[in-house]
Ligand binder design. Structure first.
Ligand code: ATP
Length: 335
């Protein structure tokens, strides 16, 4: 059993910590900047926790000034680094983390990350009665309760840029490219970038329509067109672009099939204008929420407005895929 440190009585918030956790996403830096600058503007002292929850456990916590966050608005990644911390899943780890916060008299936290990070935040907040507000950061844009998560627009534009280039070589050689996009459980990035690139078929874990489109496309291939793009989310039921391409090659040996797995490039790059603006709105909103006595909530974005969503809702389910977008893809299909 972990030694439980004395739980501090909650009072006025004077010092806050900010950390990034889970997978990195473009937009995390603008969010860190907004939390720091708006916190200081409201008279708070702001601390950066390095390496996600692991830095909290190890006491790797540094003060942040307005100057420390200069020049990061346009940068991908996270200046605070990020990590997946096994220790934070244990009572002992969280007790150490709390002690380190108390040493620095940090009263509240802003956590920028995905649903796993919010699950950890929710447990920690309950155990030690410390207010935590979350900012959703993941290129998947699949979190319940928000129409936007930081990184999605930048990642979509990265995919579009790559696929536009792949299309040039696909059409020059008369090839079909299976392009694999990130998304172990979520197909929105593949779906939206596939629509933006005019993909022949889009294969995602949440729906079977893409597979049917692919079969129709392959049957009509010779008559219609001699090159094409098939977008595949990495978590599709067939097991990714490579497996799908192998199956197609074995069924249609005459076709010239290639695979391109875009990989981690999708997580990097300068945040787009959309990511910078929404990250800034969310960062400011997170500080305001803490000062407004909110705890255990995620800052959401719905109908272009900031919302507050309790952690216990965001961590229970993913946002369902947008069926209107699936219908649009069907309506545009030539096969
Ligand atoms: P991504 O969407 O990029 O995967 P995420 O925030 O969902 O981001 P996770 O690896 O699931 O990423 O979680 C990040 C960290 O949050 C974990 O490494 C762990 O430290 C903490 N965490 C997750 N779940 C729990 C839990 N049940 N209890 C305590 N801590 C947790």
């Amino acid at each position: 059993m972990a030694e439980i440190p004395n739980i501090k009585k909650r009072g006025e918030i004077k010092r806050i910590g900010v950390l990034t956790s889970g997978g990195d996403a473009p937009g995390m830096n603008p969010a860190i900047r907004a939390v720091t600058r708006s916190g200081i503007h409201k008279g708070l002292e702001v601390f950066g926790v390095m390496n996600g929850y692991q830095g909290m456990i190890e006491g790797n916590i540094v003060p942040l000034t307005s100057d420390d966050v200069s020049g990061i608005l346009q940068k991908g990644g996270t200046i605070l680094k990020t990590a997946r911390s096994k220790d934070f899943r244990t009572e002992e780890g969280r007790a150490k983390a709390y002690k380190n916060l108390m040493k620095l008299e940090i009263d509240a936290l802003v956590v920028i990350g995905g649903d796993g990070s919010f699950m950890g935040a929710s447990i920690f907040s309950k155990e030690y009665d410390i207010p935590v507000v979350g900012i959703p950061g993941t290129i998947d844009n699949d979190m319940y309760g928000t129409e936007y998560t930081l990184g999605y627009d930048t990642a979509m534009n990265t995919v579009i840029d790559a696929v536009d280039k792949i299309k040039d070589t696909a059409s020059s050689h008369g090839r079909i490219f299976f392009v694999e996009v990130m998304g172990r459980e979520a197909g929105l990035l593949a779906l939206s970038s596939g629509i933006a690139c005019g993909a022949e078929a889009i294969i995602i874990p949440e729906a079977d329509e893409g597979d049917k489109d692919l079969q129709k496309y392959l049957k009509n291939y010779k008559k219609k067109k001699n090159s094409g793009i098939v977008m595949v989310a990495e978590g599709d039921k067939a097991g990714g672009a490579l497996k799908l391409a192998e199956r197609v090659t074995s069924d249609y040996p005459d076709l010239d099939v290639r695979v391109s797995i875009l990989g981690h490039m999708q997580r990097g790059g300068n945040p787009t204008g959309t990511d910078r603006v929404i990250a800034t709105q969310m960062g400011v909103a997170a500080v305001e929420a803490l000062l407004d006595d909110q705890k255990s909530i995620m800052i959401g974005y719905v109908n272009s407005k900031i919302t507050h969503v309790p952690f216990n809702k965001t961590v229970k389910a993913n946002r369902p895929i947008d069926h209107d977008l699936l219908d649009i893809q069907k309506a545009l299909n030539k096969w």
